[in-house]
Design a protein around this ligand. Structure first.
Ligand code: PEP
Length: 266
């Protein structure tokens, strides 16, 4: 089952419009058009409109970092998926920053996933356990609850399009500290695909793209990408540096090209 490699840059609450535009320019100089890789940039809400006019669409797609589930109404301060529908291809939903700092519940995230799909935007659903949950042996239960609730209002056909990023919270932005071991990650990803297969069938599970996120950098990206069942990476801090991010893309491209032409590497 071949699924296109996906590399997502989450710029979080960094970079003003000018800085975001400069970063896109620098990335564009370094990144070629890759048929086997999809590169998605998630700048702040403010930069989406100007970047949508600047990006080379053969190289990049845009993602929101979040949006509100109602299509319109008296929700001061919010932006809806309906407003974003012509600007972005994807939206990150349920990022741990939203769950932790903004107390987003499983049900709110479910409603956001449904609203994104209703508006033709592909959700990049983030799931993952805290350190305490991990130590208490609750990882599977947490992932189960996050995945099944978030997808519960979608049809099997909708779910085929969804991207799920496994991002253990204890491994996010901890470059000097703990990072997920490939084995932990493999188990968690296998479990996510198993859950989807149980609920919606193997055919659907085989189509869903699974990403890993958590302090990925240019040195270890390939080790994560090589893990069975991993279709890409969601990159935070390292995506703000054009040398590092373009090196991550280059290592994914090298890996894909070696897979396409194994004999050349003998
Ligand atoms: C993220 O923002 O989802 C993330 C994984 O960040 P970092 O790469 O900095 O850990």
């Amino acid at each position: 089952m071949s699924r296109k490699t996906l590399i997502v840059a989450n710029w979080k609450m960094h970079l003003n419009v000018h800085e975001a535009s400069l970063l896109v320019h620098r990335l564009s100089e370094r990144i070629k058009v890759h048929r086997s890789i999809e590169i998605v940039l998630a700048p702040s809400m403010l930069s989406l409109q100007p970047l949508s006019q600047e990006i080379d669409r053969r190289k990049f797609r845009l993602s929101a970092q979040d949006a509100y589930f109602q299509d319109e109404g008296p929700y001061t301060g919010e932006v809806s998926f309906t407003m974003l529908r012509d600007l972005v291809h994807y939206s990150i939903i349920g990022h741990s920053a939203r769950r932790v700092y903004f107390n987003e519940s499983l049900e709110l995230i479910r409603d956001k996933v449904q609203a994104a799909v209703r508006n033709g935007i592909v959700p990049i659903l983030c799931v993952g356990e805290t350190k305490e949950e991990r130590l208490a042996g609750e990882t599977k239960q947490i992932i189960h609850d996050q995945v099944t609730t978030a997808l519960s209002n979608l049809t099997a056909e909708d779910i085929e399009q969804v991207v799920i990023a496994y991002e253990p919270i204890w491994a996010i932005s901890t470059f000097e500290g703990e990072v997920a071991k490939p084995d932990d990650m493999k188990k968690a990803m296998k479990y996510i695909r198993f859950q989807i297969a149980e609920l919606y069938g193997q055919h659907v599970a085989d189509k869903v793209r699974l990403l890993y996120g958590g302090s990925v950098n240019e040195h270890d990206a390939r080790a994560y990408l090589e893990i069975e069942g991993c279709d890409g990476v969601l990159v935070g801090a390292a995506s703000l540096n054009y040398h590092q991010f373009s090196a991550i893309v280059a290592s994914a491209e090298r890996m894909n090209s070696e897979r396409r032409n194994p004999s050349r590497n003998d």
